[in-house]
Structure formats: C-alpha cells, structure tokens
Design a protein around this ligand. Structure first.
Ligand SMILES: NC(=O)c1ccc[n+]([C@@H]2O[C@H](COP(=O)([O-])OP(=O)(O)OC[C@H]3O[C@@H](n4cnc5c(N)ncnc54)[C@H](OP(=O)(O)O)[C@@H]3O)[C@@H](O)[C@H]2O)c1
Length: 322
C-alpha cells in the first residue's frame, strides 16, 4: 500500500526525512481491525517524529500520522482514536496508562491507504461530517476538547486566552470555546491570523505578548517558551493554565513566585479518551461547528504538506487523502 513514512531522522529539516512509497500492510493482532483510510490529517506530532523527538532511528521506517477517518472491515464509517492504551491500567482513562502510545510511535500510523488499530479505537463517524472534517479531530481537536471541557474548570461566560491562534490545537480551542459560550481571546504574531481567529468566534485577538485589557480566568498554552511568561502574567489570581504543547521551546522560566503568590494552577493535558472523542463528534454534529481545513493534498504530496506545517505557514488543519 502507499504510505508516508519517516525514513530518516532529520532534526533540522524534518520534511527531508519523509518518504512516500509502497510499504507492507501491518498484520493486525487479535482484537485489532484494518481501516481503509479515506482521509488523514497532519499534526505537529509528525514533525516532532521526523526530528527524532519520541521516535528513534531503530524504529524506522515508521508510517507517520495519528489522525484518520475511513471505513472498517464491516463497511462502517469510522473515526480512529489515536491513543493506544488500556483504560484499566490508567484507572479508567487510557491517556493515563503508563504504557500508552499514539499511532505512529509504536504501531504504524494513519498516513497510508490502510491502518490497523484495536477495534475499541473505532468511533462511529456522524453522517453530517465529511471524511476530511472527521480526520481533523482525533489529535488537535480532541486535545482542545479535553483542555477546555475536562481540565480547565471554565464555565460559560468566563474568559479564556488562547495563545498562538494559527495552530491546529489553537484553532480548535477558539472554535470550541466560542461555541460553548466562553469569551475567547486569542494571540497571534500574524495580523491575518488574528483576523481569522475573530472570524472563527474569538471576541478579540491581540499581538503575541501584548498587554490584555483585563486578566483572564484561564489560558490555553501550546506555544511554550515564547508565550509562557505572558500566559502567567495574564491570569487572574486563582487562574489556571492548561498546557498541552510547547512548539517554541520546553524550558521557560517557571516564575514560581507568581505561581504561588497568585495561587495559579498549571495543569498538563494530553490527547483525550475514546469517550471524549465521541463527545467531541456529538458536539460538532449538534452545533454544526466544523474544523477549519487549511488545505487538502493527495497522500503522494505529504512532503509538501509537512514542509508547510514545519514552517508554521498554516491556519487550521492540513488533510491528506490517499
Ligand atoms: N499533548 C497533546 O496531546 C498534544 C496534542 C496536539 C498537539 N500537541 C502539541 O501542541 C503544540 C501545538 O501544535 P499544533 O499542531 O496545534 O500547532 P503548531 O503548528 O505547533 O503551532 C502552534 C502555534 O504556535 C505559535 N508559535 C510557534 N512558534 C512561535 C514562536 N516562536 N513565538 C510565538 N508563537 C509561536 C504559532 O502561532 P501564530 O503563528 O498564530 O503566532 C503557531 O501557529 C505542538 O507542540 C504539539 O506537539 C500536543
């Protein structure tokens, strides 16, 4: 089958490590099922993998991709949950399983004509969503859903700041937050992206690092080092940062005095459970909200899409169609 895979670890030029070509189908173990992929989407995770973060040279070649929608062996239209884990080992939450992995970390990923996953990882695709839209959801949108609705403690009417409005998770945070009745403020380095965030439902958008008109109840962080200090300074006393990524760097100053004097909470969040993915799909089916697709490419052009993602030249999601 045709697949896009990491052939080499390439820290400085991640797209150079990607090849598109024929690979053998993975043989599904007992309890696993093969899904015919109709659409897959890219995430920064794929760029990290090509840079060698979380993926070792001894695991190559590895088919990349965590997100897919498609058709299962019985002809059902499905969305693939990317978290390979055991909910029992995680105390009822597979994202907390110490042995958890994501597709493309241990098992071949979704940037292929077919992908093998545990049957439990299939979630029914609502008919109202296209395959391309559904393929955007299992990583970026699911992460945003859990950050906002499981981890943040926010109530409708409160104010949330979303850093780095152009990212896949950030665009999902803006759209989901606005649809759920939060006052969403966003930051971006780029004026066009700020305008697009407002068009998506943000109440206001600010240049990265700008002083806000007032402090916010919670901040959603995926940018990391470049915005962390601003995130801490933007919170009300007792406020909360939910962090799920650090694209610009992992090691900002912790600013501990601000954390304890203002009694701030810093909460980590990663992916979401199968049941949260189902909740997200129902939320979209009910509200009519849809993911923003920046562009759709044939799978054969995966390298072009990865180049764009690595360059940060994206608003919303990049979709690949086998
Ligand atoms: N924990 C999880 O489960 C999980 C799930 C999904 C993603 N993630 C992580 O979350 C992060 C975000 O991923 P993503 O795919 O949504 O988006 P992304 O492509 O990594 O971009 C995020 C945004 O960060 C901003 N940014 C990047 N570098 C910056 C800099 N030097 N200064 C200021 N802003 C900067 C940009 O916003 P503007 O251009 O608008 O300024 C960019 O759009 C990644 O690190 C990813 O690995 C984690």
């Amino acid at each position: 089958m045709l697949a896009a895979y990491a052939a080499r670890i390439s820290p400085d030029d991640p797209a150079a490590g990607l090849e598109v070509g024929e690979v053998d189908d993975a043989q599904p173990p007992d309890g696993w099922v093969t899904v015919t992929v109709r659409a897959a989407s890219l995430n920064h995770h794929d760029v990290w993998s090509l840079r060698g973060v979380g993926l070792g040279a001894d695991q190559l070649p590895m088919v990349l991709g965590t997100d897919a929608s498609g058709v299962d062996d019985e002809g059902n239209e499905v969305v693939v949950h990317a978290v390979i884990g055991d909910a029992d080992r995680g105390g009822g939450d597979e994202t907390l399983d110490p042995k958890r992995s994501l597709l493309s970390e241990v098992h071949p990923g979704t940037l292929a004509e077919r992908v093998a996953v545990p049957r439990r990882n299939l979630v029914a695709k609502p008919a109202a969503l296209s395959f391309e839209e559904a393929a955007c959801l299992p990583t970026a949108w699911l992460t945003a859903y859990r950050m906002l609705f499981t981890k943040s403690g926010l109530r409708p009417g409160q104010t949330v700041l979303v850093q780095g409005a152009g990212g896949g998770v950030a665009t999902a945070l803006v759209a989901l937050g606005a649809a759920a009745g939060l006052r969403v403020w966003a930051t971006s380095r780029d004026e066009v992206k700020r305008e697009r965030a407002v068009a998506q439902g943000a109440a206001a958008a600010f240049a990265t690092g700008d002083r806000l008109p007032e402090r916010v109840d919670a901040v959603m962080e995926t940018v990391g080092e470049a915005t962390w200090s601003h995130s801490l300074r933007s919170l009300k006393p007792g406020g909360r940062i939910v962090v799920s990524g650090a694209t610009s760097g992992m090691a900002p100053s912790a600013d501990l005095s601000r954390v304890f004097f203002l009694q701030l909470s810093v909460v980590g969040s990663t992916m979401g459970t199968r049941s949260e993915l189902d909740g997200l799909l129902q939320f979209l089916a009910t509200t009519g909200l849809r993911p923003t697709v920046d562009a759709t490419y044939p799978l054969a052009q995966a390298r072009t899409a990865v180049e764009r993602l690595a360059a940060g030249d994206v608003f919303g999601k990049l979709v690949l169609v086998p």
